[in-house]
Design a protein around this ligand. Structure first.
Ligand SMILES: NC(=O)c1ccc[n+]([C@@H]2O[C@H](COP(=O)([O-])OP(=O)(O)OC[C@H]3O[C@@H](n4cnc5c(N)ncnc54)[C@H](O)[C@@H]3O)[C@@H](O)[C@H]2O)c1
Length: 335
């Protein structure tokens, strides 16, 4: 199955299908020097499958984990580009989750002012979200994605078979993103998720289409991409108060619930439960609220949130901090 994302100067092709990993050499131009970037959590047979299709490969395996999405790993990748003597005619291929994609993409964007980049996302989150839209980068100074560049890959390859080895919680976090996109942008997709009989491949394709449609209208992240932050204000508060015990997608799941009209909340909660995503936060509410509003205080005492009145339809609501807190307290997520 072929999808493509329109962008200002070209199209990004997305190849989606089971078993496509074995066909990377037909879909990408790997008949040149290839720096393959992966992380230590990615199964070795995926890595071998790609290496065997490259004419002149060099492999770099970075340690897995968000804490490695940093300058020293980036520098290691640039060193590898130099060691392999990559020129503008060569390419970098990412094989991994969003962490590898962001780092490898940023290296491709900046080495020699930009060389070809191909992305092979291996986590569900990276397939439906991180690989789409051209954001690359790394964490810096304690902030996520503080340094980066907009840089589109030449093409993306999504093989849902790779999800067979993804740890269950990571898979669920990918579904949190699919649910987020359905709830805000695609009511039919939300019904398909509720019905529980849609094949994974269809959910991936439709979530990619949702994200791609937003990105096509707002490539440089000015306003429209705000919809992608649905659930994120409270989600960030929970993430920071939970101190690493919850994954990002789990926090976003909780963060979405209060930002829906009541009948939608009920439907969302049952969908989240089906995907084993949390619907209640066990910790105290006050540290969550203050962490959520901490960053927002610089911009005044109101915030604009994405609110869903019915599946597939959202509005941007400007709320005072106290009204936002009321909405959050009303929702059934805190004990
Ligand atoms: N560029 C963007 O637009 C964008 C959007 C959303 C998120 N992100 C970034 O993406 C990152 C999160 O991505 P993620 O959730 O994929 O996390 P991740 O890349 O850290 O991967 C999570 C874990 O799953 C393992 N893994 C990945 N695929 C696997 C597979 N098929 N089998 C077995 N293990 C596998 C990895 O080794 C890692 O240990 C963050 O850095 C975030 O900032 C970027």
């Amino acid at each position: 199955m072929n999808l493509s994302i329109r962008r200002a100067d070209a199209e990004v092709e997305i190849f989606l299908g089971r078993g496509l990993l074995k066909k990377a050499g037909e879909l990408f131009d790997l008949s040149r020097k290839v720096l393959l970037v992966t992380d230590s959590g990615i199964p070795r047979d995926y890595v071998q499958t790609i290496l065997s299709q490259c004419k002149d490969p060099m492999l770099v395996t970075v340690p897995a984990g968000e804490e490695n999405k940093n300058f020293s790993t980036y520098e290691m990748l640039l060193q590898a580009c130099l060691a392999a003597d990559l020129t503008r005619g060569d390419c970098i291929v990412a094989l991994g989750g969003g962490m590898v994609g962001d780092l490898a993409g940023f290296s491709a964007a900046t080495y020699l002012r930009g060389i070809d980049f191909y992305n092979i996302p291996t986590s569900l989150l990276a397939m439906v979200d991180a690989s789409i839209g051209g954001k690359t980068g790394l964490d810096f100074g304690g902030y996520k994605n503080q340094v980066g560049a907009f840089y589109q890959p030449k093409a993306i390859l999504c093989d849902p078979d790779l999800l067979d080895t993804l740890p269950e919680r990571q898979l669920a976090c990918g579904y949190a993103e699919v649910i987020k996109m359905a709830l805000t942008l695609d009511k039919d997709l939300f019904y398909r998720i509720e019905s529980g009989d849609a094949p994974t491949e269809e959910l991936i394709r439709r979530a990619i289409e949702c994200k791609a449609s937003v990105v096509a209208k707002d490539e440089r992240d000015t306003d429209l991409r705000r919809v992608l932050n649905f659930g994120h204000t409270l989600g960030h508060g929970i993430e920071s108060a939970a101190k690493g015990s919850l994954l990002h997608g789990e926090c976003v799941s909780l963060g979405m619930i209060p930002m829906c009209a009541e009948p939608v909340q009920k439907r969302l909660v049952s969908v989240l439960e089906k995907y084993r995503l949390p619907t209640r936060y066990e910790g105290a509410i006050e540290p969550v609220l203050s962490a959520a509003l901490h960053d927002k205080k610089r911009a005044g005492d109101t915030l604009t949130v994405v609110f869903v009145n019915e599946p597939g339809n959202y509005e941007l609501k400007k709320l005072s901090f106290s009204d936002w807190k009321k909405e959050v307290r009303r929702a059934p997520i805190f004990s």
